[in-house]
Design a protein around this ligand. Structure first.
Ligand SMILES: [Zn+2]
Length: 336
């Protein structure tokens, strides 16, 4: 079991206080269809940022940015679907409704709340133990964005009315082309082995990001490296710049990029990271494969329930403390 190798960097049980055990994952995210990342509302341009192309190549280029929120929200929702189906989402104390994302009433008791954190307006909060950062596209945004004009459709179901007049354009909409690569670093802090399996499962099982319909937003995630240590890995920007330098020397930098030279470039950049301060070890290719099949096995239909219920149980002592605290508060209030 390759998860054994990560043991020094895993927590044995859930604790309230951080101890600095850090696991870092290098993730390649590839769009499989047209994808749209926009801040709320339409008409906004796709999110991009001017940064240095490489570490050696210091010219500025605009890179597409996949923000933290755009990554984590769909991944949490994915896991929560399974928690819901196994009745492992609890009733939020404030609203008397089941735990919900992005509301002011988290349940503060489910796996998702304990692992990804919550902010409960006023009383207490739980810090997330899954840290993410903005992911950047390898190539310049200018190469990766397509543009389409959406026309009004007449009742005949065509773009022309009975007299043959063309419909007017409703709006133009930008999209990210299929086959675009984003490089990303995700950090897990003081997680247990099962929490790691849960969080990695969420990443690997999530296939839709951004504005979602049955047609757009398809994305594939691949884990290219997993590290253990006491410090975070270099940033996703540093990674994408290192990879750009390698690719520029070896291959052409045109969309669509060949996946193989890209993956080789990523592997060679991250292979040097164990020399960096605070990073102790990297799983080998076969160890990483074994870990991913271990995760797949735990998430498989016939083991999922046992796995999620076992994970859910590690928070039981804390739930007890919380509910006793609340009872006491209530009793005190009544006495007054
Ligand atoms: Zn919850």
């Amino acid at each position: 079991m390759s998860i054994e190798k990560l043991k020094p960097f895993l927590a044995t049980s859930y604790e309230n206080f951080p101890k600095g055990r850090t696991i870092g994952a290098v993730i390649l995210r590839t769009t499989q269809s047209e994808t749209i990342f926009r801040t709320e509302g339409t008409g906004e341009p796709m999110c991009s940022e001017y940064v240095h192309a490489g570490i050696k190549h210091t010219q500025s280029i605009p890179r597409l940015v996949m923000t933290k929120r755009k990554q984590v929200a769909p991944e949490r929702r994915r896991g929560r679907e399974f928690l819901r189906s196994h009745e492992l989402l609890y009733t939020a104390p404030k609203s008397d409704a089941p735990c919900a994302l992005n509301t002011n009433a988290p349940c503060e008791m489910c796996i998702d709340c304990f692992l990804y954190g919550f902010a409960a307006g006023g009383e207490g909060a739980q810090k997330s133990r899954v840290w993410t950062e903005d992911a950047f596209s390898v190539l310049p945004a200018t190469e990766l964005i397509g543009d389409r004009t959406i026309n009004a459709v007449f009742e005949t179901g065509t773009m022309r009315d009975e007299k043959g007049n063309a419909s007017t354009a409703l709006n133009t909409s930008e999209y990210i082309k299929p086959g675009v690569h984003f490089l990303d670093i995700v950090t897990f802090r003081d997680v247990t082995a099962d929490e790691l399996r849960y969080a990695i499962g969420n990443i690997l099982l999530t296939t839709r990001y951004g504005a979602v319909s049955s047609r757009v937003g398809r994305m594939e995630n691949q884990i290219l490296g997993l590290f253990g240590g006491i410090a975070e890995l270099p940033s996703s920007l540093e990674l994408v710049q290192g990879v750009y330098d390698k690719l520029d020397a070896a291959a052409s930098l045109e969309h669509p990029l060949e996946p193989e030279p890209l993956i080789t470039a990523v592997q060679s950049v991250i292979a040097t990271w164990t020399n960096k301060r605070g990073i102790s070890m990297q799983l080998s290719v076969s160890e990483l494969e074994a870990l991913i099949s271990d995760v797949d096995q735990h998430w498989a239909l016939n083991e999922q329930e046992t796995f999620l219920k076992r994970l859910d149980q590690i928070y039981a002592p804390l739930r007890k403390v919380k509910s006793e605290g609340k009872k006491k508060e209530k009793a005190e209030k009544q006495e007054k």
